[in-house]
Design a protein around this ligand. Structure first.
Ligand SMILES: NC(=O)c1ccc[n+]([C@@H]2O[C@H](COP(=O)([O-])OP(=O)(O)OC[C@H]3O[C@@H](n4cnc5c(N)ncnc54)[C@H](O)[C@@H]3O)[C@@H](O)[C@H]2O)c1
Length: 348
């Protein structure tokens, strides 16, 4: 198993300034799926990194070979522990979250405690510390709900369709008002669906891949007609870090997505092609999510204008990399589906 490849697109290294070199960057949720890619890219930029994570889904092994990185175990729900790590930092990327939508159907209060109140704890510690130069808060495209118009710019109405999305909207709006009220140098990034190596949650792409590994010629899925805008995780992470280094982004809310939307049934076809397998889709009614979002398509013009960000990795390349990673690593969520409520993996 190799969880530790340190990679960062060369172009990014060459074109980005060295603002983060030798700076202390705190990454909450840095042991998670997106976080473990963010810290790799931060390392390539010469930053010193503190990862603050409670390892509810993040994995120490995803980041333990990265130099100049300190791991601190703790929860964003604990203001004293948060104060401690924030007081040692120059920049913050706030990724810590409960992110898996079906878990939020059954644990709504916990989702608000982590995704809304936890984010406020990090922001208030940053305001009190008076030394934070940049604060990127990670929201989500799910705050929009299903597309009313496409592509979806940052001005699309926000009509969350899950308690997860409602908790993320509460979190990002609190960060925005704290920016206005106290001058917190905050940037809000709304990533659309991200995928790639070092998976931590049974999101749709790893779920399809692991079902094909297990069942060979069929997958059981719910709403295969719904579509999402997928971005490879190295692109998502590059967008997040660009938000940290670009002064013009402060006070802005910025989408990071690919402007292409794929139906779940298309993903099955593409992954089956990569694995050279004939795969039938069996519809499993238990897997339909209540009040599901039907379609998301990102308009990333603002990211291009302010962050000079565009996605680089095609869906074919990204899916192949994800399949390869899963062939060599076994994410530990890959248990048989037993209904949404049983999936919640909090192990504090
Ligand atoms: N993956 C996506 O497609 C996607 C899309 C949009 C937004 N996001 C957002 O990106 C962020 C990262 O998501 P991810 O997909 O990498 O999921 P993830 O579960 O891998 O990452 C979340 C991290 O936060 C940590 N964490 C959870 N609760 C915590 C707490 N109370 N205190 C400290 N750490 C805690 C987890 O252990 C994990 O390392 C989240 O904010 C999520 O809402 C993800």
């Amino acid at each position: 198993m190799n969880h530790s490849n340190i990679s960062c697109p060369k172009k990014f290294l060459l074109t980005k300034n060295n603002k983060l070199r030798n700076k202390q960057v705190l990454v909450t949720g840095g042991a998670g799926f997106i976080g473990s890619e963010v810290v790799r890219q931060l390392h390539s930029l010469g930053a010193k990194i503190i990862v603050f994570d409670n390892y509810s889904s993040g994995r120490k092994r995803y980041i333990n070979k990265i130099p100049n990185l300190v791991q601190v175990k703790g929860s964003v729900s604990s203001p004293s522990k948060v104060n401690d790590v924030v007081s040692k930092s120059d920049y913050i990327i706030n990724l810590a979250s409960l992110p898996f939508i079906p878990d939020s159907f059954y644990y709504p209060g916990e989702f608000f405690r982590v995704n809304a109140e936890g984010s406020i704890n990090v922001a208030m510690a940053a305001i009190r510390s008076k030394r934070i130069k940049g604060f990127v808060h990670i929201s989500t495209s799910e705050v929009y709900g299903t597309a009313k118009t496409v592509p979806m710019s940052e001005n699309h109405p926000t009509l969350p369709q899950s308690t997860y999305a409602a908790s993320k909207l509460a979190g990002e709006r609190a960060i925005f008002t704290l920016h206005k009220e106290h001058g917190l140098p905050a940037v809000i990034i709304r990533p659309f669906n991200s995928y790639g190596p070092r998976i931590t949650q049974p999101y749709i792409i790893p779920e399809i891949i692991s079902q094909i590994f297990h069942n060979k010629n069929f997958v059981k899925l719910g709403n295969v007609e719904s579509s999402r805008d997928f971005t490879f995780v190295s692109d998502t992470a590059r967008g997040i870090i660009s938000g940290l280094t670009e002064d013009k982004a402060i006070g802005e809310t910025i989408n990071v997505g690919s402007n292409t939307s794929y139906k779940m049934k298309y993903l099955v076809k593409e992954i089956a092609k990569i694995l050279k397998q004939n795969v039938e889709i069996k519809i499993d009614k238990k897997r339909f999510r209540p009040y599901d979002v039907q379609k998301l398509v990102c308009d990333y013009k603002k990211a291009k204008k302010i962050l000079n960000w565009t996605p680089k990795v095609s869906i074919d390349e990204g899916l192949t990399k994800t399949v390869n990673w899963m062939q060599n690593n076994s994410p530990d969520f890959a248990t048989p589906f037993e209904g949404w409520a049983k999936i919640y993996r909090m192990n504090l």
